[in-house]
Design a protein around this ligand. Sequence first.
Ligand code: MG
Length: 264
Amino acid sequence: MMRFPFSNVLAFVALVAVSAPLFAQQTAKGRPEDTEVWEPVPKVVTPGATNGAPPSDAIVLFDGKNLDEWVSAQDKSPAKWTVADGVLTVNKTKGVGNIETKRTFKNYQLHIEWRIPENITGSGQARGNSGVFLASTGPGDDGYELQVLDSYNNKTYVNGQAGSIYKQAIPLVNANRKPGEWQTYDVVWTAPTFNDDGSVKTPAYVTVLFNGVLVQNHFELKGQTLYIGKPFYKKYDTAPIKLQAHGDKSEPISFRNIWVREIP
Ligand code: MG
């Protein structure tokens, strides 16, 4: 007959006492596989060769060659801004006005580069003023403007400087480069949604990186960006992206490398 030392029995009892609750806890939590998700597999997107270059699934809106993707915002006639040396420059001739995309968009990621002329003159809002309207909702509407301005060394109201959502959101920092240097905006736009009666279901949100630096972090818009008065929403579904020919007298600014990725 085998004899078990009493100490061995004690050790066994202790082991059961300690491991039983652990085992119970593990089974209550389930298996690691229970929380693994395998499908749908995210689509493969080849990044651009350099930062800012369009990825494989981008819609290129301006690649330096022509304005095929753009029309006059006033009357939808061919866009009459200047294309030269791979660069798009605002045409400030009276009557030419803003340009907008032929396509319309809802939620998207946008990349756009802009340059204030090195010899820029003027001050405040009259120094390299332009703008990227994230949704151009129709004639007579103000739309939703991400301000473009020389704010390198140019005092103005801070909710109207470069990187601001015009008159609604001050940029978190001033990330401007000097006039004459190319600058980038990378934008995530979540369009507002509306109920049938035109009331707001969900507001618009915007995130903006300015020269790679976060300046707007999921900002909730109060409505269209108005020059005068309180912002308000007006129902729309999809809208073009519009670039501003501002009426100030300073030298016209330029754009290049514009692309967008729709977010389903
Ligand atoms: Mg502007």
